[in-house]
Write a protein that binds this ligand. Structure first.
Ligand code: GDP
Ligand code: ZN
Length: 361
């Protein structure tokens, strides 16, 4: 973040109606609001209207009983008090609009890597490790957290324009209308297009294997070598927090980028995810479905369902596929349709909570 302009308004940091209405609903509006912009080992750096603070969470009361997911993460909006000019105390985390999670193989616990990201760029380099199925796995991760995915194809200096065009049409065949931005940080192609894609006040992250060029791209966007570590001294004299795992930057055009060197952490190498190649496999099976427009949900003569029944297709894989498809459809819904759906869900939650209370009393 730019230290010269300490004063910001919250909208410039990505704040908006969603967070404001939750702040009111949860009756937290007597607190100051700030965004977590860096995560250290035992502290956070947060930024609010008055500037930046080194922040800690309130010990016992509020966070004691919570699961790991409830702890603040980079990108979170938190409510704070400000005991002095440099330090803040975090009292709670506002509900997240989107979330990027790390899953563990145990499936029981997951950890939030970053929150409130609007768009995740899934980046692959077009040379040797290029793989269409890998996009899919990252899309699942993004869509799981309600984040819109987009594709960056990097290192296009290594292939011909014809090859690039064929890669782009392959992607379109497979994934439809996803946004694709071809780039090269070496010969500086596509960087302007990427920059133009980024909107003021929106938050972005880059997902991709190590070596595809994430750091190079972020550095290009920043226009200077990224400062990976920054020293924060604070009065308590308990040392300096210098190593961050994640940090957020505001670019010159007002877009916000989460720099996350540890994206490998998202757990995609974990074989328990079990969705590698799921679309490809199901596509292949669906050629034998009775109906050409088969949704593979309950149609008679569905080859996909038959494969699940006969255990030729892993049931978890199939369920993942269905889930992903629903999420893709949800993203394609109109705002009105979404609101209707969310309204219904809200009612459902209220009803369930009511029943729970009755049950308890
Ligand atoms: P990260 O691990 O995803 O952050 O990848 P890096 O940004 O560290 O880049 C990995 C390597 O790829 C470095 O040697 C970069 O110089 C190189 N690289 C990055 N972008 C490009 C590009 O557009 N074209 C080519 N040919 N190499 C690139
Ligand atoms: Zn079918």
């Amino acid at each position: 973040m730019d230290n010269d302009s300490k004063k910001t308004n919250l909208e410039d940091l990505g704040y908006g109606a969603f967070f404001e209405s939750n702040l009111k609903r949860l009756e937290l509006d007597s607190y100051l609001v700030a965004r977590v912009i860096a995560e250290y080992k035992e502290a956070y750096r947060v930024r609010g209207v008055a500037g930046e603070y080194l922040a800690k969470i309130t010990g016992k009361q509020m966070f004691a009983a919570l699961s790991r997911e409830d702890y603040p993460a980079v990108g979170d909006w938190v409510v704070i008090t400000e005991p002095d000019e440099e330090r803040a105390v975090i009292h709670g985390v506002l509900p997240r609009k989107t979330v990027l999670r790390r899953r563990y193989s145990s499936k029981q616990e997951s950890q939030v890597i970053a929150a409130n990201i609007d768009v995740a760029f899934v980046i692959e380099s077009v040379d040797r490790d290029y793989n269409l199925n890998r996009f899919e796995r990252y899309f699942v991760l993004a869509k799981d957290g309600n984040i819109k995915p987009a594709i960056v194809l990097n290192k296009i200096d290594l292939i011909s324009d014809t090859e690039l065009a064929s890669k782009i049409s392959q992607i379109k065949d497979r994934f439809g209308g996803i946004d694709i931005i071809p780039t090269s940080t070496i010969v500086e192609r596509g960087l302007y297009e990427l920059m133009r894609y980024l909107t003021r006040g929106k938050t972005y992250c880059f997902l991709g294997s190590s070596g595809v060029g994430k750091s190079s791209l972020i550095n290009k966007l920043l226009g200077k070598p990224a400062i990976k570590t920054r020293e924060i001294s604070h009065r308590t004299g308990r040392g300096k927090h210098t190593t961050t795992s994640r940090e957020m930057y505001v670019l010159e055009n007002g877009a916000i980028v989460v720099d996350n060197p540890g994206m490998r952490e998202v757990g995609l190498t974990d074989s328990s995810v079990g969705i590698e190649n799921v679309f490809g496999e199901i596509d292949a099976l669906s050629r034998n479905c009775k109906y050409a427009d088969c949704m593979h949900m309950h149609e008679p003569g569905c080859a996909v369902l038959n494969a699940v029944k006969s255990k030729k297709l892993d049931e978890d894989k199939y369920l993942n596929y269905v889930k992903l498809k629903k999420e893709v459809e949800y993203h394609g819904m109109t705002e009105l349709e979404k609101r209707r759906k969310d309204h219904k869900f809200g009612k459902f939650v209220k009803k369930s909570l009511g029943q729970l209370k009755e049950h308890e009393s």
